[in-house]
Design a protein. Structure first.
Length: 413
């Protein structure tokens, strides 16, 4: 039976959820005061990685907390002012770093992300957006032999879950990617991965296809939800509307909608920065991850986009431009023929759970409310498969793999 469904959030997850629900005959309305693709989806690094399964919390993570507090320019910085509010999240984060938990989380991430291209295929075709996705593979580079050995655990996690990997020596690497200025000891080529050349345009294309098929996009903020009977009342700035189902895809702001329902999940803004080097004489052929700096550089329509670092400072703290400037300087060191002075910068709030797994599925007490957020740094990779899972939940249909690790019930919600 067709349902009247609201989707809160016009990022990649919300638009993919709306698109998959629409394909099943439901009447869908998207609510977001920001245009489709204009928030966190605007600034991501475009990675589409079917082998991505390594959680953020790995064994030994507790030893790194003092460094996070002191190193303002490091790959992961924890603002001292944020520490009291973030402490419960950090305790759960540390608990997720045990070897047994890491293995289970990697299994769940691998099962989700391995379906990336399969899940995107119908949406790309209907939106005429195939040209925005390229599949040349991805490259991981290691400056020293020691760093390659330190990365062995992460590579093994990915390989064990089916990812193909080709190890390159220093000379092979220079021939393989001539755009690299950095002399590296090793490289690992991941032939099954790819990237999006313009993430904002991708979301916009999906939203346009959704609207052409009869979907509605309302540029208003949702200020509250209430559940009554077998439906949900949704309040915006101008009206109160009733829906059969509501999908919460509000990213780092999702808890504000859950709390009035007596629910919330441990969610922290993993603030991400990027710098786009607009003038590069030689573009890399694929997305490249620099493992020591924990950043990725992706060739995009607007230049080389560099990012990947994390700052835990909350939703209200102003951006720190020095972090983006540091990324631009790293890019100048890593690539040939780059103008480090000509770059654009951005900061966005990536919604992170302590176990690195997204929250996908209905609330136990309010099954008409379906969660679809918490993807951290892998929102683009998981966007389409999350949309498909949301449609499965609405249809009470088996997904074909174990989806219990993503349910909000794991947090007692």
């Amino acid at each position: 039976m067709p349902l009247n469904i609201a989707v809160i959030g016009a990022g990649i997850v919300g638009v993919c959820s709306a698109s998959y629900l629409q394909r099943e005959g439901h009447s869908i309305t998207i609510f977001d005061p920001v245009p489709p693709g204009g928030s966190c989806s605007f600034g991501n690094l475009g990675s589409l990685s079917p082998g991505s399964c390594v959680p953020l919390a790995m064994p030994g993570v507790l030893r790194k907390v003092p460094k996070w507090l002191l190193d303002r320019e490091g790959p992961l910085h924890l603002a001292a002012k944020r520490l009291p509010a973030a402490l419960p999240w950090l305790v759960r984060f540390a608990a997720a770093a045990s070897p047994a938990r890491v293995a289970r989380i990697a299994d769940a991430l691998g099962a989700l992300h391995s379906r990336v291209f399969e899940a995107y295929a119908p949406l790309l075709k209907s939106a005429g957006a195939e040209h925005l996705v390229e599949r040349p593979g991805q490259l991981y580079v290691f400056e020293t032999e020691e760093s390659f050995q330190h990365g062995a655990m992460e590579l093994a996690l990915r390989r064990k879950r089916g990812e193909r990997q080709e190890v390159l020596g220093a000379d092979e690497l220079r021939q393989f990617e001539p755009a690299l200025a950095l002399r590296c000891a090793r490289g690992v080529f991941l032939p099954d991965a790819g990237h999006c050349v313009d993430p904002e345009a991708l979301v916009r294309r999906f939203a346009e296809a959704f609207a052409r098929a009869g979907g509605r996009i309302v540029s208003q903020c949702v200020t509250g939800l209430s559940v009554d009977g077998e439906g949900v009342s949704l309040r915006t700035e101008s009206a109160l509307r009733r829906f059969d189902r509501v999908v919460i895809a509000g990213g780092a702001w999702s808890n504000a909608l859950l709390r009035p329902l007596g629910a919330s999940v441990p969610l922290e803004s993993l603030r991400g920065y990027h710098a786009v080097l607009r003038r590069a004489g030689r573009m890399p052929r694929m997305a490249i991850r620099f493992t020591e700096a924990k950043i990725m550089a992706t060739p995009m329509a607007m230049g080389i986009r560099i990012g990947g670092t994390i700052e835990i400072a909350g939703l209200a703290a102003p951006p720190r431009p020095d972090r983006a400037k540091a990324l631009a300087a790293l890019g100048a060191r890593m690539f040939v023929e780059v103008d480090a002075a000509d770059f654009t910068e951005w900061m966005g709030h990536r919604p992170g759970t302590p176990d690195s797994l997204p929250v996908i599925g209905p609330l136990a007490r309010h099954p008409w409310v379906i969660c679809a957020f918490g993807h951290g740094q892998t929102g683009l990779t998981a966007g389409a498969i999350t949309g498909r899972l949301v449609a499965d939940h609405v249809a009470a249909r088996a997904a074909g793999f174990d989806v219990s690790p993503y349910l909000p019930a794991r947090f007692g919600v």
